[in-house]
Design a protein around this ligand. Structure first.
Ligand code: ATP
Length: 263
């Protein structure tokens, strides 16, 4: 059996047919894995995740080279709504809750696309509340009045209501207190270990992402410059300077790297 759930192969992309955002991104996510996509501001993480979810065109983005396959199907030929039905469910940057709906109404919107029966929706809601207890207390509050952490949990909970096989998360830690980030990542790890949920997570917070991921790919200036087991990357003292430093510093460090360089 093919154990690759998602493959991104030599992906290049532009915005407005002019601004080059990606120029050679490659990585895979195997069934049951957590893969972290790391990189500094502007490295291309969000663009990659939008391409993976077939949402790039909504921002006037274009894939110019390369390919993406999810569960054997070319992502470019499947609409983003169909990708969700097939199990590729994005939680994109900014948490995107409907601010004027309650937390529970937001969660229920996640089940709409899959024609779930009322009893299934109830069971899935209970599951989300068990995973994120703060949401149960806030279930009748308007999302716009909940905290950043609660909004992030709502966005993830809504994605879980779609019963994903691959959860695609963009910077879940952004703007949140360390303890909240820790709790969110612990819950994601639990879902991964207990239920085999595969996760692709883009993060600037490499410290937390590398603790919870199985493998990581590092992007710099729209290219994959490093790809390896999270444990191996975590043990390297230079990893932060490596991908947050200037391109020349990074190149110098990479040449002495023992991990698999793919630049
Ligand atoms: P961040 O964490 O800041 O979101 P990132 O690693 O996710 O960074 P991207 O947002 O993918 O990086 O940006 C990659 C490049 O594409 C950057 O040069 C950015 O300025 C450009 N870019 C991103 N979105 C757009 C857009 N909608 N239109 C034009 N250029 C864009």
């Amino acid at each position: 059996m093919n154990d690759i759930l998602l493959s991104v192969d030599a992906l290049s992309a532009t915005y407005n047919h002019a601004i080059r955002a990606l120029s050679g991104v490659s990585f895979t996510v195997r069934h049951g894995e957590i893969v972290a996509l790391l990189g500094a501001n502007g490295a291309g993480k969000s663009t990659t995740l939008k391409a993976v979810s077939n949402l790039l065109h909504a921002e006037r983005g274009q894939i110019t080279e390369g390919s993406i396959h999810f569960d054997g199907a070319a992502v470019a030929s499947v609409s983003s709504a169909d990708l969700v039905r097939r199990g590729l469910v994005p939680v994109l940057e900014g948490r995107h809750c409907f601010r004027s709906l309650t937390v529970e109404e937001n969660l229920i919107t996640g089940a709409i696309g899959r024609d779930a029966r009322r009893s299934e929706v109830r069971a899935d809601l209970d599951r989300v509340y068990a995973l994120f207890p703060p949401l149960k207390k806030r279930r009748l509050s308007l999302s716009g009045f909940t905290s950043g952490g609660e909004q992030q949990m709502t966005a993830i909970g809504r994605a879980l209501m779609s019963r994903p096989r691959l959860l695609v998360l963009d910077e879940p830690s952004m703007g949140l207190a360390p303890l909240v980030v820790e709790n969110i990542f612990r819950t994601l790890k639990r879902l991964n270990v207990d239920e085999g949920l595969s996760i692709l997570v883009a993060e600037q917070n490499s410290t937390v992402a590398l603790r919870f991921a199985d493998r990581a790919a590092v992007l710099e200036n729209g290219r994959t410059v490093l790809d390896g087991p999270a444990l191996e990357l975590r043990q390297r003292a230079d990893i932060k300077a490596l991908y947050l430093g200037s391109p020349s510093e990074s190149a110098a460090r990479l040449s002495s790297s023992s991990s698999k360089a793919v630049a």
